[in-house]
Structures are given as C-alpha cells and as structure tokens.
Write a protein that binds this ligand. Structure first.
Ligand code: CMC
Length: 377
C-alpha cells in the first residue's frame, strides 16, 4: 500500500515546545506564553531573549546581569574579521553563515552540547552576530570594522557598528522592536533545519549555520529583500496593479504574502505596518508605504479568501530601507533577531532528543540491470 505522504510536512506536529504558541487562524503569537503585541510594545529585545532562553521574565537585577553578559560578548576574534575580509564580496547572509562557522573555531564550548554550554554559546552567538554583519558590511565598503560600544543596547550597538556613528533613540527602538518580532517562531523552516542538525547531536554553531542557510531563501527570510525590490520596481502606487497582475498571472507569488501557518494576518505585521507608515512620513518618503498598502488593500484582497495575508516580511524591508540599510542586509537582520529562537529550539531538541529522519517514498525504476561502461550506448 502506498504510504501517506505529508508533502512539505504540512500540518505535521514534530514534537512539543514551550517556546512559542501560534494560532494561525486567529493570527495569535505568544513567546513563552506572552503575547507578541505586549512584548513588541512594552519589552526590549534583551528582555525577550532572557524570556526565551530562561522561560520567565527577568527581574530588574536578572536583566541587568544578562544584558551585561551580552554586552561583554560582542567582540569577535581578529581571525574571524580576517575571514570576513576574505569573503567580503559575498552576500551578507553568506558572510554571516561563514562568520558563524569561523566563530566555532574560537568557542571554548564548541563541542559541548550540555544545556549550560548550549545556553552560553547561544548568548555568545546572539551577542556576536551583529558584530559579524556590521564588520562584513564595513569591510566590503573598504572601511575598518567599528568595535562594539558597551554603552549601547543590542540594537543601538548594531547600528553604531554598521554606520560608524551614534544612532538616534527612535531608530534604535525601531530596530529593537524588529528584533523582538523576529526572535522565535516555532517549527519554521530554519528552526526545523536547526533542530535536524541538533538531532544528530551536532553542535549549536552547526545548527545556527543550518538556520542561516535555510532562512536565506525567498520563501522564508529572503522575502523582505524581495518585497523592497518589488516596491522599487513598481516605483509609483499607480503601477502596482499591473506589476502584480503580471506576476500573479504567470503563476508567480507576491513576496511578503502568505504563510504556512497564518491563515489570518500575521500578528507581527501590524507593528511593522504602523512603523513603516510613521517612518515614511517622518523622512518625507511616504511613497513606499503607499505602494505597499496599495498592493495589500487592492491587488491582494481576493487572496484573503485563500488565507493569504501580509506576513512579517512585507513591511520590514521598507523600514530598513528608510533607515538607510542596504537591501542585502535585510535577511541578516532577520537572522540576528532569530538566533535566540534557534538556540531555544536546539535546547529543546537536545533535552528530549530523537534523530529527525523522515522517509521518502521511492518512485524511480527498480532492479535495473547494471551494464558495464564499455557496453553502454
Ligand atoms: N502570492 C500569491 N499566491 C500565493 C502566495 C503569494 N505570496 N503564497 C501562496 N500563494 C498561493 C499558492 O500559489 C497556492 O496557490 P494554488 O493553491 O492555486 O496552487 C496557494 O496559495 C497555497 O500555497 P502553498 O505554497 O501551498 O502554501 P504554503 O503554506 O506552502 O506557502 C509560503 C507558504 C510562505 C511559502 C508562501 O505563502 C509564499 O511563497 N509566500 C511568498 C514568500 C514569503 O513572503 N515568504 C515569507 C514567509 S513569512 C516569514 C518567514 O517565514 O520568513
């Protein structure tokens, strides 16, 4: 009898988790039980990382000590900067993948998969990730990397290392919220990839490298980069209809729409929509928001019946763009926010491990006769 195939593992529960809860019909997302709307409006990325990795909100003292650990772990070895310099022509997402891999050579806990060591490594990778991305961005422009500044929070320090100047408070808060919204999201493709790696009892660096590789694709984190390219191609709101129609009629997809789990609006999109609008108005470039909302409120309305709404990536790109961040850094920024989520998924995987190894139904020919190469035609 032919086996039941769950193509793309759609709707398959692979394990239990206490990391995040997603109700795709309601458009609800909780991290460790806390609603993403509360976290986006009231929390900070540092607090959310603590919450994810420790399962509870920190006291003031716990947060201050945790934040100090993050700040103390931002520097990356000179050798890793040299590696980034060697790959400076690559896409920043490839450089991040290479950088994380290179960091493993200098991590004292690299092959220790105990919960304590995995947590330490996850905190270090969370802290060092922005330094990798910013250093590569500087190097590819022929500039010296900027050393981390321990006076700044996680988001502020990243912007400082990227641009070499002190960021303003509003920009820091925007990026802080963006990091919060991207921190964790259940068994999404990159977290699943990270879990597969962890399930072989490979180490956290390898799992995070897997996560980065999986996230890069345009059907996952790559969508943010593609959305802004689309907005630039559209140019003016009045061109949106025809531009999207051509894509849709040829069987293409509009990036930043649709989600495997959400069949209502992605709750994370709300926060980015509001911020994209406000930022566009503030910097005198409301056009991008107008283009995007035209696509959302006109072109894609019929798709709502199929459960296709905007996802987290739709407005994110416009915010980065308006902050002067180049398109190809959009996915690495998503990855920086997601490192704690990948870490937590790996901690859960190690805790009650089983090798993740599904089956494939073979549909090729059977029992063919092997013909020696000299007799093949
Ligand atoms: N534009 C147009 N049609 C779409 C879209 C879209 N963005 N997304 C799905 N559809 C259609 C798809 O063509 C299919 O139509 P039909 O039933 O006629 O063949 C139907 O909806 C179901 O699509 P599916 O591929 O079976 O659904 P899925 O759950 O596997 O897809 C997805 C999820 C994210 C891959 C898909 O919605 C997509 O490709 N979206 C665009 C890329 C994107 O924005 N990715 C970011 C995802 S959210 C953040 C993240 O994870 O990084």
């Amino acid at each position: 009898m032919a086996p039941q195939i769950y193509k793309g593992l759609k709707d398959v529960y692979l394990d239990t988790t206490t990391a995040s809860f997603i109700d795709g019909q309601e458009g609800k997302l909780l991290y460790r039980g806390y609603n993403i709307h509360d976290l986006a409006e009231k929390s900070t990325f540092e607090e959310v990382v603590y919450l994810l990795l420790n399962g509870k909100l920190p006291t003031r003292r716990e947060l201050s000590s945790f934040d100090a650990t993050l700040r103390a772990n931002r520097r990356i070895p000179d050798e890793v900067i040299q590696v980034l310099d060697l790959v400076k022509a690559s896409h920043p997402m490839d450089a991040l993948r290479t950088g994380i891999s290179a960091l493993s050579a200098f991590d004292p806990d690299v092959n220790d998969n105990s919960p304590e060591a995995t947590l330490r490594k996850g905190i270090r990778l969370t802290a060092m990730g922005p330094t990798l991305v910013a250093a590569h961005h500087r190097l590819r422009q022929g500039l010296e990397p900027v050393a981390p500044n321990a006076d700044l929070n996680h988001a502020g320090n990243f912007l400082y290392m990227l641009f070499g100047e002190m960021p303003d408070e509003e920009t820091v808060k925007l990026l802080d919220v963006d990091f919060i919204l991207h921190a964790e999201h259940g068994a999404n493709a990159s977290a699943f990839g990270a879990r597969v790696t962890a399930s072989t009892l490979s180490d956290l660096h390898s799992a995070v490298v897997t996560g980065v590789g999986v996230l890069k694709g345009p059907w996952h984190g790559g969508a943010a980069e593609e959305v802004m390219k689309m907005a630039e191609d559209i140019g003016q709101p009045e061109n949106a209809e025809e531009y999207c129609r051509k894509i849709l009629e040829s069987g293409g997809r509009i990036m930043g729409f649709g989600h495997r789990v959400y069949k209502a609006e992605d709750p994370r999109a709300r926060h980015l929509r509001e911020r994209s609008k406000a930022l566009g108005e503030k910097v005198g470039q409301p056009k991008w928001f107008q283009i995007l909302t035209y696509v959302e409120e006109n072109v894609m309305v019929p798709y709502r019946k199929k459960g296709i709404f905007v996802n987290v990536d739709f407005f994110a790109g416009s915010i980065y763009y308006l902050l002067g961040i180049p398109d190809d850094l959009f996915i690495p920024i998503f990855a920086l926010g997601r490192i704690p989520g990948w870490t937590l998924q790996c901690l859960e995987q190690y805790k009650d491990n089983i090798l993740i190894r599904p089956l494939l139904e073979y549909t090729g020919p059977m029992d063919l006769q092997y013909v020696p190469i000299s007799q093949r035609r």
